[in-house]
Design a protein around this ligand. Sequence first.
Ligand code: SF4
Length: 248
Amino acid sequence: MKDYQDFHTTSNFSAEDALEWAWEEFQDDVVMTSSFGAEDMVIMDMLFRRKLKIKIATIDTGRLPEETYKLMERAGEKYGIAVSTYFPDFSEVESMVSEKGINLFYKSPENRKLCCSIRKVQPLNRLLNGKKAWVTGLRSDQTEFRKNSIVVELDKSRNIVKINPLLNWTSEDVWKYIKENKVPYNELHDRGYPSIGCAPCTRAVKPGENERAGRWWWETDLKECGIHMNHESQPFPTEMVIKGRRGD
Ligand code: SF4
């Protein structure tokens, strides 16, 4: 079996190697979270080709663009993979919208963070509950914050191992893979949306802008919703390796 630390120190291990390691190591205790972005579609395609049965889950915030729902359908038809869908707590959404308005996120950073917390972070925490590892489509060059990530790291607040197989890929690498392997992707990418989240919080970017500039474009600080801000960029402690791993 490959050693996870090698993913950080050599370039001999591919994204597929990291996924195979995650499956071997964690089996039913690992989940991939997908927002059906370009990177997530690459990982989904790799799982399909390598016949890795890592479960896939997504969060429907209730504010996604129609194009994302269309892609969910197309991906399901192509890969035949069941994707578990998690929704926000309806009573929390009802209270938030009744009190602060349907588009509260434009009014203040606090409102925006509240909406992301209720619609994204809390369902994520629910879907990760009881899991020992999760696979993400993070790339280190997407934001300054993500530059601190490593391929296999510990999300300390959730006490879960986070595996980022595409961390060292560039956007060009992602699109080369998508074209060569005819991977389905969100049609908004062809209309200037390199990064796609909820419809009211995503716009197309202008030439030369950072690929996440269209996310919460009216804000100037971190372009993050809170999902990926809890990790410590350190290899996970080896004592967290699951007992009963095959071959032990
Ligand atoms: S991206 Fe916008 S609509 Fe979606 S959860 Fe965050 S604030 Fe709410």
